[in-house]
Design a binder for this molecule. Sequence first.
Ligand SMILES: Cc1ncc(COP(=O)(O)O)c(C=O)c1O
Length: 339
Amino acid sequence: METIDWKNLPFGYIKTDYNLRSVFKNGKWGDIEVSSSEYIDIHIAATGLHYGQEAFEGLKAYMGKDGKIRLFRWEENAKRMISSANGVVMEPFPVEMFKEALFRVIQLNKKYVPPYGSGATLYVRPVLYGSGAEVGVKPGSEYTFIIFVTPVGPYFKGGVVPVNMIISRDVDRAAPMGTGTFKVGGNYAASMRAIVAARKGGYSNTLFLDAKEKKYIDECGPANFFAIKNNTYITPDSKSVLPSITNKSLCELAKDMGLKVERRHIEVDEIESFEEVGACGTAAVITSIKTIVDPDFGKTYNFCKDGNPGPVSTKLYNKLTAIQFGDEPDKFGWITVVE
Ligand SMILES: Cc1ncc(COP(=O)(O)O)c(C=O)c1O
């Protein structure tokens, strides 16, 4: 293992020692096998390649001050992967097998869990795809589950430094009755033109609006959107955003802190009335947004005028990360220690 600069890790891929795999064939899931190869053999007619039968997850393992490795609400990821599998008609990977694979892949790659205090974490990436051969659009009869890990730094560069976003009206990430609520590769493929254009323009990411009316805020690239106003945590109610586990947790934390919580449509016009806005997700944690540019209407909305995240976002960030790293007791029952 080359020496890793834990404090300056990007959000990217670094090779670790082992990954695990299981194949669904002849009507059942096979044993979970350990591999040290970064490659897979894939049938040239696999449905995952041709028809997008693919789903993935993303969760993190956190090293505590006490040397214990913690997982945050992992069952939610296991369940969401089942929902995503059903969404593109794949064989779901059972929760119990997910748990076994998740714990084993972390234990096998323990030395890659970044140290407490570095701000970095071990990102866990489960992926499921149609590996059976079909030509003609129909679900495959074989599926492969793989789980690998890689140490990561913050997704949005600068960590807690507020970022800027651009509204994209010329690209839809997901349709209202489409696959937006599933974590399937096709949604990310669909979002890439907008993300690349945003980055070229000097923005950190893009703010997607609802595909039908282009009237409401959907989500921020690979993260959910939230806003704070009048002691209220507000987040979009939409049929085309990923149900974020982080966002769901922030709703509970906000309530616990005495804020009101509203999950409802958010019109673009409402942006200027917000006190704080941000993106949230496993990778993003809470990333405050300092500027939202709406190029079609020549508008710029500014937040974080002193250059720092707002007080409510900061409080939520501190609370969430304290629970994840085990600095504060977990009264919600969200944490599992990897023994
Ligand atoms: C499109 C999208 N939205 C939101 C999120 C945040 O979800 P979570 O908090 O479960 O990581 C993610 C990341 O998984 C995502 O890819």
